[in-house]
Every structure is written in C-alpha cells, then in structure tokens.
Ligand binder design. Structure first.
Ligand SMILES: NC(=O)c1ccc[n+]([C@@H]2O[C@H](COP(=O)([O-])OP(=O)(O)OC[C@H]3O[C@@H](n4cnc5c(N)ncnc54)[C@H](O)[C@@H]3O)[C@@H](O)[C@H]2O)c1
Length: 266
C-alpha cells in the first residue's frame, strides 16, 4: 500500500538506539504512519536485523552504524542521512545504557563515566547535529528518551538517574533555544517496562545491590516495584511508540519542553 496519505508521509525520522526494544517498536510505529526511517545503532548486524524486522512497510529505510559517544561519527551520520534522505523532520533521540547497580558510595567510577558518555554526551551530540540541520529548514520535532529514574532518582542507580535528570534538563533548555526556529523538543520518561531483559536485569541487580528499599529476593523485588506503580503492572514496550508519535505529530502542536511520564512508580 502506498504511504502517500498517511499522517507522517513525506517525513523523515532519525531513530537512535533503533535496534533496541523501544527504538525498534517506535520505528515500526513511525513506518506504519508513513515516515521514512534512518536507523542508528551501535553495530551493523543488529541494524540489518532491525531493517529485516521492518520489511513490508512501504517506506525508505537507511541504517547507520554509529557510536553516539563519538561526536565526529554522529556528525557524519547526520550529514549522510540528510544527503541520502533529503532532510530530517523527526528525531527520536533514544539510545541509552542502564549502567551498574550499587549504592552511591560504591558506584564504579568508570561505569559512571560510561553512562554519562552514552546517555548525556551521546544524546547531546545527536541533538546538536540534528538541530543544526533542522534550524536551516525552520522545522523539526524532537523526542528525547529520559526515564522515571530522571524524575524520582531510584536507589542504586546514581549514574543512570543523574543521566536521565540531565536529559530532562537538556530537553527544557533545547526547547527554549530551538522554539524560535520552529523546532519542538519534548521528552518521554518510561517507568518500569517489561517483560524482557531490562526488567529482569533491574530486578536481579536491585536485589543483589541491597538497600532498605528493596528485598534481596528478586521475586519480592518484582512485587515491590510493581507495587510502586499506580496501575499495579509494568508497562509494555508497545505502550511507548504512540506517545512518541503524539509528541512528533501535530496533536501536540503547543507542547515543547515537556516531559511525559509513562507511567508513575520507582
Ligand atoms: N526499558 C526500560 O525499562 C526503560 C525505562 C526507561 C527508559 N528507558 C530508556 O529507553 C531507551 C531505550 O531503551 P531500551 O529499553 O529499548 O533498551 P535496549 O538496550 O533494548 O536499547 C538501547 C539501544 O541503544 C543502543 N546503544 C547503546 N549505546 C549506544 C551508543 N554508544 N551508540 C549508539 N547506540 C547505542 C544499544 O545498542 C541498544 O540497541 C534508553 O535510553 C533507556 O535508558 C528504558
């Protein structure tokens, strides 16, 4: 089916962390809505797999192996996307790494730096290069992936929590800097999402890290985490792409600098 009259027909979306759970699910939603896709992630093989998963959608898809911590690589990829696809209308700035779990006094320094490099510097590199292009066109819609960890500061996650607070700050600043150029910048903050690797890893590592907030038994930790969420269940990855699409689309035309939690908890 031709994508001509779909809501995002004629738009080009750059998605980072596109081979991961949230990135790929969101890429699929944007393709269904007619957007052409530029998929960015760390390695080529994972991106090939992501492209294969998206086969059947009548949109252009390009893949770009890139480490977002490397400003030069990011600049080259953004140039390549603009050359190859003509423009970037939407950015889903989503690549991220959860880091270690340990009380702040024991938190490994090297991991703290790595989390900051990926989650903060990486997101900044992508944002600045894409924004520079969007400014030349006077149009752009950007969604950064923060986290409820950037709203409430969970125990044992010093680096991740700090990095996601930084993303919300970056979103607020960028929204102000870019509003005069017709560019809106918002953030989403997923809470506990599952099932899958991230959920299992969090439950296991919170139990192992030990704190007065969580049990040392992973089954009990899972119960405690779910008990902190008003809806008493974890969110599904499929509950995220619609929120991103809303923020990229014109139903949110008066929203910028906003962080949307999906949902409470932590
Ligand atoms: N899943 C959750 O529970 C949850 C909750 C809140 C926020 N988030 C955030 O959502 C985003 C996506 O997470 P996910 O759940 O899809 O995890 P994921 O691990 O499935 O996906 C993350 C992707 O980012 C990529 N990535 C990591 N470092 C990179 C780098 N240096 N350069 C380029 N790509 C890199 C990875 O290769 C991976 O494909 C992250 O920012 C994460 O912090 C996730």
């Amino acid at each position: 089916m031709s994508g001509e009259h779909l809501p995002f027909s004629g738009k080009v979306a750059l998605v980072t962390g596109a081979a991961g759970n949230i990135g790929l699910a969101t890429a699929r939603r944007l393709a269904l809505m007619g957007a052409d896709l530029a998929l960015l992630d760390l390695d080529h093989a994972k991106l090939e797999q992501a492209r294969a998963d998206l086969k059947g959608h009548d949109v252009r898809i390009s893949i770009h192996a890139c480490d977002v911590t490397d400003n030069t690589q990011v600049s080259q990829v953004v140039d390549a996307v603009v050359r190859g696809m003509g423009q970037i209308d939407f950015l889903f700035n989503n690549a991220g790494y959860q880091g270690a779990f340990a009380p702040v006094q024991d938190y490994p320094e090297a991991d703290f730096a790595r989390v900051m490099q990926i989650n903060v510097c990486g997101a900044f590199h992508v944002l600045r290069h894409v924004a520079a292009h969007m400014v030349t066109r006077g149009f752009g819609r950007i969604v950064n992936t923060a986290s409820m960890a950037g709203v409430q500061g969970p125990p044992n996650m010093a680096a991740y929590g700090a990095s996601k607070f930084a993303i919300i700050g970056l979103t607020e600043v960028a929204a102000k800097d870019l509003a005069p150029h017709g560019i809106r910048v918002n953030a989403i903050s997923p809470a506990f999402m599952g099932p899958g690797f991230m959920w299992d890893r969090q439950v296991e590592l919170q139990a192992r890290a030990g704190s007065q907030y969580f049990s040392t038994d992973p089954t009990e930790v899972a119960r405690q985490m779910i008990g902190s969420i008003p809806m008493r269940r974890y969110g599904s990855i499929d509950e995220i792409p619609g929120v991103v699409a809303f923020l990229l689309g014109e139903d949110s035309s008066y929203m910028t600098g906003v962080n949307l939690p999906i949902s409470g908890g932590i």
